[in-house]
Design a protein around this ligand. Structure first.
Ligand code: SD4
Length: 343
């Protein structure tokens, strides 16, 4: 079948499915997902190898009938608390001035969302982001204001710069060259290709579909190591680093955030799924926007997208080889998948 015909067919199927749901809801009926073969949930997926441990914590919530929102918050708190993880939460590498600044956002099935950016001294930015969503009329708090809000809500100030982080920063200061390295998130890939590398960027993006078929997502990071003080990437920006539309699916991203923001990446992936694209094809198309607009830059950097649709089908696509993501459902709790890639 030609790709155009295929596209039209997929769009028709997607439109018909959404139309059915809408008409049932319009009649005042609660739409409960059928137990048919197509429904593969609960399920949780997340970026990079460390997603396995994070998914396990999310699974404890999902497998006992818990909500996707609670699952993603609990899940990403695992890498946030991991001192060996040099770019999420406590232990994250600092910016070029030696400050560890954290970014995070969360979005639920009702379209509610919250975010913090450039927040210092609080090790679990995802939980602050959730409170921004639940307790304020705003979506995002940044810097000092985010810290103030966290402290007012019982979070404790702590030193996020570990001795390892400080050592790496001092090493970096010798040359002061800001150059994000592709796939440093993937420890085995990095160890093989980049021995002793000091440049680091990781992010965990997580998407969960709970037993009721509701989707939520979370994304948390310390951003690009040795970034300019005040720099914010895609990760805390709704639509860029994360987007959820409970009618369609959810998406999250990892890699060089500037390119994701320029293309409103995660929103784009969800909208493509709305048009009938599979999660993997939607992620691929979003990656191709970056390639088309900036072919020279695209060769040098990593950007990866991860997505899930309402049926629990998932997929990913990255610019470069080496992107991995973890999947956890009732069949397997520690599946790690090598993401497809363009270069
Ligand atoms: C950022 N997207 O701050 C994040 C970094 C990241 O894998 O995802 N690294 O731009």
């Amino acid at each position: 079948m030609s790709s155009r015909r295929n596209f039209i067919k997929q769009s028709f199927i997607a439109a018909a499915a959404i139309g059915t749901l809408n008409s049932l809801e319009a009649k005042g009926l609660t739409v409960v997902p059928s137990k048919g073969k197509a429904n593969k949930f609960p399920i949780v997926i997340s970026t990079w190898d460390f997603g396995i441990a994070a998914n396990k914590a999310a699974w404890e919530v999902l497998s006992t009938g818990g909500k996707a929102l609670d699952a993603v918050e609990q899940g990403v708190r695992v890498p946030e608390a991991d001192l060996k993880n040099m770019t999420v939460g406590k232990g994250g590498y600092p910016d070029r001035d030696g400050h560890v600044t954290l970014d995070a956002c969360i979005m639920d099935a009702d379209g509610n969302c919250g975010a913090v950016a450039g927040m210092e001294k609080i090790g679990h930015p995802i939980s602050v982001a959730r409170l921004v969503m639940e307790k304020t009329p705003h979506v995002m708090l940044v810097g000092e204001g985010a810290l103030q809000f966290a402290l007012e809500n019982g979070f404790e100030e702590e030193n996020l710069l570990t001795p390892e982080g400080e050592k790496a920063w001092k090493e970096w200061l010798k040359e002061k060259k800001y150059k994000p390295v592709v796939n440093i998130e993937n420890k085995s890939f990095a160890a093989e290709r980049l021995p002793g590398n000091q440049y680091n960027h990781d992010t965990i993006g997580m998407l969960a579909l709970d037993a009721k078929g509701n989707i939520s997502g979370a994304c948390t990071t310390s951003g690009m190591a040795f970034k300019m003080h005040g720099r914010v990437g895609d990760s805390p920006i709704i639509g860029a680093g994360l987007y959820v539309d409970n009618e369609v699916g959810g998406a999250t991203s990892t890699g060089v955030g500037e390119e994701v923001i320029r293309n409103v990446g995660s929103f784009l992936v969800v909208e493509l799924m709305r048009q009938g694209y599979s999660p993997e094809d939607a992620c691929k198309e979003a990656v191709m926007r970056i390639v088309k607009k900036k072919p020279a830059i695209a060769k040098e950097i990593q950007v990866g997208f991860l997505a899930i649709n309402k049926k629990g089908e998932y997929g990913a696509f990255a610019l470069q080889e080496g992107f991995s993501y973890a999947v956890c459902d009732s069949k397997q709790q520690d599946l790690l998948i090598k993401g497809k890639h363009y270069y």
